[in-house]
Design a protein around this ligand. Structure first.
Ligand code: KG4
Ligand code: ZN
Length: 340
């Protein structure tokens, strides 16, 4: 079964062709121009998707060596995300599916990230704990099958990637701040400055990163008159990364222990962070828990994860995907009840 998947929920335009679960192509085009505004500008993002989507889809078909009329289904991200951006991908996919007379499988973007571990490692078995950590999301899920998962904890304010980006901006580093902070951290002393670990010892799996950002702001103002000296920047970045990654890894491993699962998946842009990977390996490994971290092209926003999940949903109920009347949504409409 050949599926063409499209992802356009934020600032990546991506198209992927899969043959069942096998990824034949996964083209990702990132909108780097947002950097000069210090964040994603929604209206500019949707216009950029509009300009590039046709070319990205053609490239994905070409790289996969699949002709458009040989497709069996379309898959597309439906929620959550920027509405204008989602609409570009969704309308493109709907138009193509109607023209070809093929089904369309709308996918929740977060679910796409959750199952990217299965795409990466076919031997990964259920149940597992998934930490989805990006610029827009930070949640821990207990995942029991392709249709059954539940959030066990989530951020109550900023996402971890957002915290990296905002703190970087505060000290004059470019957007997106996460990769820059990560790079500088590698030559820094993570114990040089002590930043708070919000909610670390709370008896739940929730996070809060806005307090960390505020405390960093006071710290920088009080100690450095708002300008971190260049020679201390690596130490500052390493100390910030340590605070964020300590909480993320601590709570994720604790969730795996509580729910008695022996696999952890981390996905989303922040899973590229070198300290997060190292700490998670140490802490999960120390408890005998297997860690799956998808390749960067499956970690960041990408269409392959959307197509992979679409295929697994389709084979369970092939007749349910001829409804073209669904609408995109900025928030996840699927009711996700936390496990108490
Ligand atoms: O998943 P993603 O590409 O897009 C969404 O937000 O959905 O994630 C982007 C986020 C940004 O906040 C970026 O700063 C962060 O991931 N990020 C990182 C690293 N690479 C990307 N954060 C920390 N360390 C990194 N190496
Ligand atoms: Zn994402």
């Amino acid at each position: 079964m050949k599926i063409l998947a499209i992802e356009s929920s934020c600032d990546e335009t991506s198209a992927s062709v899969l043959d069942n679960e096998k990824v034949l192509s996964n083209v990702i085009s990132s909108q780097y121009f947002h950097a000069k505004y210090g964040g994603v500008i929604p209206e500019l993002a949707s216009r950029a998707h509009l300009r590039s989507i046709n070319e990205i889809v053609n490239l994905a078909l070409e790289q996969a060596n699949v002709e458009v009329n040989k497709l069996d289904a379309l898959a597309v991200t439906k929620e959550p995300g920027l509405v204008g951006s989602l609409l570009v991908g969704s309308n493109f996919a709907k138009g193509l599916a109607m023209r070809l007379g093929k089904p369309i499988i709308p996918i929740n973007h977060i679910e796409g990230h959750i199952y990217s571990g299965n795409l990466q490692s076919p031997e990964l078995t259920f149940p597992f704990i998934a930490l989805v950590v990006s610029g827009g999301h930070t949640s821990i899920f207990l995942v029991q099958s392709y249709n059954r998962y539940q959030p066990v904890g989530s951020t109550r304010d900023d996402a971890a990637g957002e915290a990296f980006d905002k703190i970087a901006k505060l000290v004059g580093l470019p957007y997106p701040g996460g990769p820059v902070v990560d790079k500088l951290s590698r030559s820094g002393d993570k114990k040089k400055f002590e930043f708070p670990r919000p909610m670390l010892h709370d008896d739940n799996f929730d996070f809060s990163f806005s307090g960390l950002k505020t405390s960093v702001r006071y710290f920088v103002h009080k100690n450095f008159d708002n300008h971190i000296p260049e020679d201390l920047m690596p130490d500052f970045c390493a100390s910030v990364s340590e605070a964020i990654c300590d909480v993320l890894t601590h709570k994720t491993v604790r969730a795996a222990e509580k729910y008695n699962v022996s696999n952890i998946v981390i996905a989303g842009g922040v899973s590229a962070n070198s300290r997060l990977r190292q700490l998670m390996l140490e802490r999960a490994g120390g408890k005998g828990i297997n860690l799956v971290i998808p390749n960067m092209s499956y970690c960041m926003d990408n269409a392959a994860m959307i197509g992979f999940l679409a295929y697994n949903k389709y084979i369970e109920s092939p007749d349910s995907f001829y409804d073209f009347s669904y609408t995109v949504s900025p928030v996840a409409l699927r009711a996700m009840k936390p496990i108490s």
